[in-house]
Design a protein around this ligand. Structure first.
Ligand code: CMP
Length: 143
């Protein structure tokens, strides 16, 4: 089954949005396979955002994501990568539709509440970067 990496950023954690966001994905029908509250090192942040290293906002991005705890998650389900991104809404919360996470809770592109993998390749890379294999659990719905 397809897996994706989602991360509630420091603004979402500080604003007590973890429960609200987890609930949305649970109610949609996806299954949580891994989750942890963690601080991200500079090195991990630079790796995670490597594709943006030449962008003018790279320094700001790394400073923000390392500024406080994030809630890192692995979610599993049919077409979870694309569907989770629809549920998150556009990167810039000002353009994100109402009803999406960023549309409902975000105001600025830097502090946009949540990150989600944009492709199967990124999902695999990001899950490996943030989780050990034994931190990812699969369980059947009958358990
Ligand atoms: P994310 O999905 O985590 O991936 C890259 C992030 O870069 C993105 O969310 C935004 O938070 C951030 N970002 C994109 N554009 C800008 C910008 N112009 N200024 C600051 N941050 C940005």
């Amino acid at each position: 089954m397809e897996k994706t990496f989602l991360m509630i950023k420091p603004d979402g954690v500080q604003r007590n949005l973890i429960g609200e966001i987890v609930t949305r994905f649970e109610k949609k029908g996806f299954q949580l396979s891994g989750a942890k509250l963690m601080n991200i090192s500079n090195e991990k942040a630079e790796k995670h955002y490597g594709e943006h290293k030449d962008k003018p906002f790279f320094g700001e991005l790394v400073d923000f994501i390392t500024s406080g705890p994030v809630f890192a998650m692995v979610w599993e389900g049919e077409n979870v990568i694309a569907t989770a991104r629809q549920m998150m809404g556009k990167t810039n919360p000002q353009e994100a539709a109402p009803g999406t996470i960023r549309g409902d809770y975000g105001l600025t592109v830097g502090k946009n509440i949540i990150h989600g993998s944009d492709s199967p390749e990124s999902a695999e890379r990001e899950i490996q970067l943030f989780f050990e294999n034994d931190e990812i659990l699969s369980f059947t719905k009958d358990n």
